[in-house]
Write a protein that binds this ligand. Structure first.
Ligand code: ARG
Length: 708
């Protein structure tokens, strides 16, 4: 009986791995995907998608900021990405008087494009597997030396580039990667948040969707067309490649592919690790609920606070909702049970051969022992980082002391300048800081921590009158903390740094004392967390190697790790539950249906309603039904980090932008679900309709390259 079960489980695993699953490595497309790509309907060869010898599609794709994807859509460095990817940058440029985030903005001339300090975009030049080269080296020291040598020679061959190495398949494979980074990136335009974030947190992670989730930026370069820091004389970057745009729209079963930078997946993790992940995320969800409720209340009460906290709130809420969906999907789809069945089948295969037992036999136990040993401290650390550490005053302290200490470590004699510079680096923090709100957060987070932490993790004496964390009056302590700290404003901090006794003032600041108390509790947990690292890494490496060996001969892809990948599949509808069918596209009609003037997440701008009433759609209406199609679905395999990625047709022309996953398959980072998992994309025709008709930016349209 057992045997039959595992054979079936193995067969299921095999079927699951086919379909349109896969975040494929670009240098391996030729070897692994060539035939499949063609059969799926792709008209491009692997070489036209990724080449290091001539320009290819990958040259039009950038990593946008640290965690998103963007694509070049004109000869003059114009980039389109998601609205939620540009969100924090647009917020940083906005004031209540010029509120680009809420009201939208389009630069109608180049001089109106606004620099975004701190924003960069990264182009991939090439990636090379160096695993075999390193395998020839005798020991770790020789490997390190070899890596250094390879990096240096790649650096020489690629001036103005950054060279790094990256691990894949749980450290079984290593690549050398060459990137070119541009730091002068300017804001070109975005729709108002009521369009770019239409549906807000309610619709986030869900279908049917009606969000115009896009924003536009431009890369600038030196007059020599090379990376340069912001300067007035910089010129729009002339890219090696830009994408052509198709206005033909999509039909069910059309081929679609996505090139982008998926962030993290856990497809090589074991059931033991996944169980721990679910527990950790539950801690995060519960604490964030407390903090987000306070933020939301303050944001709804005051438009200024709404602008200041927009990005903080959205990013907290995005994870919070994702983990809840993941928890539900884990149960509904029996993710852990299926992972266990896969592991049982794997072990059966291992046990057939002594050599396999030798290589992989201990891997799963090693991992589960390590996970068991860190389970408690790991949850304690999660609670610590999500609760007291999220008091914003503590965030300020953490940034401040990291800035100071990074200099002092190199130069212990460094003087006051270091402290003053660190204070300046908090400008952005104070810009979006509301002290009365943070006081409320502090009371709530400390109370939550006291109610949920183990007593051994309670803080030692925080001040006179607040010696016993278990019984102290938390609101009174929070008043003492905020009244006495100089870290509540840039002015107080600067004033404190003026006197000779600045070091004592900082050291004895009540916020610094709380910060150190939190760090001390984290340090208590580190020894056991640290001790598990090596067995966990060894077990994970052996398990991944075993899985690859088990599936030898089949195309495979490593977990996402913020490197560029290709996923390909088709435009498809789905059935979320019994008797319910979801069409694969939405229309402007649906935007109007969802409108709710009493709900800030569902406001429709008056101008959009006028355009709708007049059916003033220009060339962007669907040829068949005459409507504006807003979003559509594919079964492409994406995750966070892919946001903003181009959705391309069989010829590599831009048909949309990927921006989300769907609720029913929120376990997708762990297992791909062929029947349920969909990628939510905004239709490029909706994007351009908004640029031209809502934004009036015909200058941008004139710059684009439309496919015939
Ligand atoms: N769920 C999207 C992603 O992770 C982000 C959506 C942002 N929108 C929002 N309402 N928070 O890529």
């Amino acid at each position: 009986m057992k045997k039959v079960f595992t054979v079936i489980a193995a067969a299921l695993v095999a079927i699951t791995a086919a379909a349109d699953e896969g975040m494929w490595l670009l240098p391996l497309l030729q070897k692994m995907n060539k035939k499949d790509l063609r059969e799926a309907g792709c008209k491009l060869s692997p070489d036209e998608i990724y080449s290091i010898n001539h320009s290819s599609l990958k040259d039009a794709i950038v990593q946008f900021g640290g965690g998103c994807t963007g694509e070049i859509i004109s000869e003059e460095g114009l980039i389109v990405t998601n609205h939620h990817c540009g969100y924090s940058n647009i917020q940083a440029l906005s004031t209540p008087e010029h509120n680009y985030l809420m009201d939208g903005y389009f630069a109608l001339t180049r001089d109106k494009e606004i620099p975004c300090p701190g924003l960069s975009v990264t182009f991939l030049r090439e990636m090379t597997d160096i695993t075999a080269i390193l395998a020839k080296e005798a020991d770790d020291a020789a490997k390190e030396a070899k890596i250094k040598e390879l990096i240096e020679s790649a650096q020489k061959a690629n001036p103005n580039c950054e060279v790094i190495t990256e691990d894949f398949y749980n450290d079984n494979v290593k690549y050398l990667i060459v990137y070119k980074v541009f730091n002068d990136v300017r804001f070109v335009g975005a729709p108002p948040a009521s369009v770019g974030k239409y549906g807000g947190e309610t619709d986030n992670w869900m279908w049917p969707r009606h969000t115009g989730d896009f924003s536009m930026f431009r890369v600038y370069a030196s007059p020599e067309n090379e990376p340069a820091e912001y300067a007035e004389e910089n010129i729009p970057y002339r890219p090696q490649r830009h994408l052509k745009i198709s206005l033909k729209g999509v039909k069910e079963n059309d081929y679609s592919m996505i090139l982008g930078y998926p962030g993290r997946t856990q497809r090589f993790q074991t059931a033991a690790q996944l169980e721990q992940m679910v527990k950790e995320n539950r801690v995060r969800i519960d604490v964030r609920t407390v903090r987000q409720d306070l933020m939301w209340e303050a944001m709804c009460a005051d438009p200024k606070v709404q602008l200041m906290y927009a990005s903080k709130y959205a990013s907290s809420a995005n994870g919070w909702k994702k983990w809840q969906g993941e928890e539900l999907a884990f149960k509904k789809l029996d993710i852990i049970g299926r992972e266990k069945a896969k592991e049982a089948a794997f072990m059966e295969w291992v046990n057939q051969d002594p050599a396999r037992v030798e290589a992989y036999g201990g891997a799963l136990d090693k991992i589960s022992d390590a996970v068991k040993s860190v389970s408690e401290p790991d949850l304690a650390l999660t609670l610590l980082t999500e609760a007291p550490f999220r008091i914003e005053l503590i965030t300020a302290l953490s940034r401040y002391s990291n800035a100071v200490n990074s200099v002092l470590r190199k130069d212990p004699e460094a003087g006051k300048d270091v402290f003053v510079d660190a204070a300046k680096s908090l400008d952005g923090f104070y810009r979006d800081y509301v002290e009365p709100l943070d006081r409320k957060e502090a009371v709530a987070l400390l109370s939550y921590y006291r109610d949920h932490a183990d007593k051994t993790q309670y803080f030692d004496s925080l001040a006179v009158g607040f010696e016993d964390f278990a019984s102290m009056d938390i609101p009174a302590y929070v008043d003492y903390l905020f009244d006495g700290s100089v870290f509540t404003s840039q002015e107080k901090l600067s004033a404190a740094l003026e006197g000779e006794d600045y070091k004592e003032k900082i050291t004895n600041d009540p916020a610094n004392i709380l910060y150190n108390a939190i760090i001390a509790k984290a340090l208590l947990l580190y020894p056991s967390l640290y001790a598990a690292q090596t067995p966990l890494a060894e077990g994970s490496k052996a398990f991944a190697a075993g899985l690859l060996d088990w599936e030898n001969g089949k195309a495979s892809y490593p977990d996402a790790n913020f490197t560029m990948r290709l996923t390909y599949g088709h435009v498809l509808p789905y059935s979320p539950k019994d008797a319910v069918y979801y069409q694969y596209f939405t229309t402007l009609e649906g935007v109007m249906e969802k409108e709710d003037p009493t709900n800030p997440e569902f406001i429709v701008p008056a101008k959009l309603k006028e355009l709708f009433e007049a059916r003033d759609y220009g060339r962007y209406a669907d040829k068949k039904d005459g409507k504006i199609h807003t979003c559509f679905l594919t079964n492409n395999d994406i995750t966070g980090g892919n946001s903003g990625s181009p959705v391309l047709n069989a010829k590599g022309e831009l048909i949309g932008l990927a921006f989300d996953g769907n609720w029913e398959s929120m376990s997708s980072d762990v297992m791909f679900e062929p029947d349920l998992q969909r990628c939510i994309c905004v239709d490029i025709r909706y994007v351009l309709f908004l640029v031209e008709k809502l934004g009036g930016a015909s200058n941008i349209i004139a710059e684009l390259d439309f496919a015939k």
